[in-house]
Design a protein around this ligand. Structure first.
Ligand SMILES: Nc1ncnc2c1ncn2[C@@H]1O[C@H](COP(=O)(O)OP(=O)(O)O)[C@@H](O)[C@H]1O
Ligand SMILES: Cc1cn([C@H]2C[C@H](O)[C@@H](COP(=O)(O)O)O2)c(=O)[nH]c1=O
Length: 220
């Protein structure tokens, strides 16, 4: 029986890598798949992993209808056994419902990959619908880590290393400290709640008494 699986985790935990591995393993066994992504950092129509692998993908847009897309492909004679759907947090709830319908009515496996929550810890609409509809939600085994060494569970948005809590839900970007640009950092809940990024923790530890500085957002 076909299934809808949502592989989830924080940013930078290996989701795109796993998407490429899954595709590779299925292809190696003669199965045929279609690869989709939306807003990949490498650009339009791409699926890229930080490990360096990158492949062509169909870009999911606001008007993408998965049902029509796959049915049209099949009418043209293309075999479609499974779909790889990366950056699925950016898909609409309607698109996620189309994916579920393809699983149930056309027996196509759908493997979706994405982060669950945004920088404010709110679920993305696409991820919320995937959690509601998926046969399985798989949390990735490789743990991404907070600067304190604990398992990272939350995504922080940073500007100049400082965590921000205002802004649009969708801003494409990367993890790491990139000066003056919007970037992201994965944190444990404790440090996300305290708005303590690695930069603010570093600054705090280098101050003489650790209390003198008035750090923006660093409550303890
Ligand atoms: N230079 C490296 N050497 C080994 N592993 C790396 C390297 N760079 C990145 N990785 C691995 O790749 C993971 C990120 O993979 P990626 O598929 O891009 O993540 P995601 O799609 O979840 O954001 C990191 O958690 C790390 O395990
Ligand atoms: C937390 C958060 C992330 N994003 C963006 C940033 C990246 O472009 C993707 C996540 O990609 P990854 O392969 O999982 O690293 O999502 C965003 O737009 N808004 C957010 O709040």
């Amino acid at each position: 029986m076909a299934e809808l699986v949502f592989f989830s985790g924080t940013m930078d935990c290996g989701k795109s890598t796993l998407a490429l591995q899954l595709d590779h393993n299925h292809t190696a066994r003669g199965r045929c798949g279609l690869i989709f992504s939306r807003n990949d950092r490498a650009g339009t129509d791409r699926l890229s992993s930080r490990l360096g692998l990158e492949v062509a993908a169909h870009e999911v847009r606001d008007d993408t209808d998965f049902w029509t897309f796959v049915v049209d492909e099949r009418m043209r004679g293309t075999t479609v056994d499974y779909l790889i759907c990366d950056e699925a947090q950016f898909y609409s709830t309607t698109q996620v419902e189309q994916l579920a319908r393809l699983v149930d009515e056309v027996e196509i496996d759908v493997y979706a990959f994405g982060i669950t929550a945004d920088f404010r810890t709110h679920l993305f609409p696409g991820s919320a619908r995937l959690i509601e509809l998926a046969d399985r939600v798989e949390v990735l085994q490789v743990q991404s880590l907070c600067w304190c060494g604990a398992r990272a569970t939350h995504n922080a948005r940073t500007i100049d290393g400082w965590m921000v809590v205002e802004g649009a839900q969708v801003v494409v970007g990367n993890t790491g400290e990139s000066a003056s640009e919007v970037a992201y950092e994965v944190l444990c809940r404790r440090h996300h709640m305290r708005r303590m990024t690695s930069a603010s923790a570093r600054l705090r530890s280098t101050t003489a008494d650790g209390l003198a500085l008035d750090l923006p957002g660093a409550a303890g």
